[in-house]
Design a protein around this ligand. Structure first.
Ligand code: DGP
Length: 115
């Protein structure tokens, strides 16, 4: 399926929906989830229009790694050495916004397996 530029994260990237940024660089931004599931619940998203993980190719390897490192650095900077990094891919796995994103969750005990 093709990328829909009207998705909410694309709108955040275009500044059409406000989201105070926790981080921005040339490849990604991070901001808090509007419906936080933990004391820290941030989303790290690429600036690139990628619908989900399956749309990333070998040329996106560095970007994918960058998202994880930005998430990890953000959690550490905010005082959370332990954190969970989650990518929901596809509606059946809980994806609701079809712009690739990494959830960063921390600040409470996190059970396994997730629901
Ligand atoms: P997922 O279910 O993995 O696609 O996660 C999408 C997340 O996006 C969900 O946890 C709620 C969050 N979200 C949806 N709309 C907005 C918004 O307008 N602003 C922010 N900050 N987060 C949003």
């Amino acid at each position: 399926m093709s990328y829909d530029p009207s998705n909410v994260f694309a709108r955040i990237l275009r500044g059409e929906i406000p989201a105070p940024l926790l981080h921005e660089d040339d490849r990604c931004v991070a901001f808090r989830d509007v419906n936080p599931q933990a004391p820290l619940h941030a989303l790290v998203i690429p600036k690139q229009a990628l619908r989900g993980l399956v749309d990333a190719g070998p040329e996106d390897e560095a970007t994918l790694g960058h998202l994880l490192l930005v998430g990890r650095n953000l959690a550490a900077k905010l005082g959370y050495p332990d954190a969970r990094y989650v990518i929901n891919h596809g509606a059946g796995a809980g994806q609701t916004v079809f712009h690739l994103h990494v959830h960063v969750l921390a600040g409470r005990p996190l059970a396994w397996p997730p629901g």
